[in-house]
Ligand binder design. Structure first.
Ligand SMILES: [Cu+2]
Length: 264
């Protein structure tokens, strides 16, 4: 009897837990323009709303920096407890074209247990006597394009991230009323699945509320641009195979961020 009540409680706990996690994004909050050889200040944000900072991610699990010559130069990260974001800066060496900044979160194993949510490998928590109902890893990838220019090709670089949104449209050519085309790869293969998009300021009151929804087919998606500003396109893949004893499922989240100019 007692056991049955516990089981019922655990099942209830499972269903009331939020299914959507904080999304990882990047934003230039200062409005500073990048200059070659000078630090360009940015933030890594984690939130349920696009794009309202909500939580300082756990620093050791996050890496962020500029991609140059296909290589990530990791920046020093500083948690900002007042603003609820991570401050960092990148120093672009060349501004003849666009440059890519990425932020990556290694989610580690997150378990739902009989004593609530806990981080740690399934086998370690079980060894402590906990009942593990589910063990999930949420890895997140944000990729932002800055200094877009018409002649540039850098924007379409493929970084090889497990879930990656690659612009087909040059952000410099993105305009209100037009489509922004992307290619989405899941482990290097065309992704088929949901795609959301929104822009800074669209909805700040409600969580998980996006301006646009479509589905990628064979790795292709088309997002209609409806306002100028800082845009984010998001894809998500849940339920990938996990690692025995560590986590049952791997879940990937990706965001592509870029600016749409108002004067086109
Ligand atoms: Cu969350």
């Amino acid at each position: 009897m007692f056991k049955r009540i516990i089981t019922a409680m655990l099942l209830t706990a499972m269903f009331v837990l939020p299914v959507s996690a904080h999304e990882l994004t990047i934003k230039n909050v200062s409005g500073q323009a990048p200059e070659a050889g000078k630090p360009f200040n940015l933030t890594v944000q984690s939130a349920h709303k696009f794009i309202v900072p909500e939580e300082v991610e756990i620093l050791p699990r996050v890496k962020a920096g500029i991609i140059e010559n296909g290589k990530l130069t990791a920046s020093e990260l500083k948690g900002n407890d007042d603003k609820l974001w991570i401050d960092f800066s990148v120093t672009p060496s060349d501004l003849s074209g666009s440059f890519i900044v990425t932020a990556i979160k290694d989610g580690e194993s997150w378990c739902v247990t009989n004593e609530g949510g806990k981080s740690g490998a399934r086998k370690d928590l079980e060894a402590q006597g906990l009942k593990v109902l589910s063990a999930n890893k949420y890895d997140k990838y944000a990729k932002a394009i800055f200094n877009a220019s018409h002649e540039d090709k850098n924007f379409s670089q493929v970084l090889g991230q497990p879930l990656e949104i690659i612009p087909v449209t040059n952000p410099a050519d993105a305009k209100v009323g037009g489509y922004f085309d992307v290619k989405i790869l899941l482990n290097g293969q065309p992704y088929t699945g949901p795609v959301w998009a929104s822009y800074d300021g669209f909805v700040t009151e409600y969580e998980n509320t996006y301006a646009y929804y479509t589905e990628a087919e064979n790795g292709e998606a088309h997002v209609k641009i409806t306002a100028p500003g800082w845009w984010g396109i998001r894809a998500a893949q849940s339920g990938l195979p996990g690692v025995e004893g560590d986590y049952d499922n791997l879940n990937l989240r990706a965001f592509l961020l870029f600016a749409v100019s108002s004067d086109r």
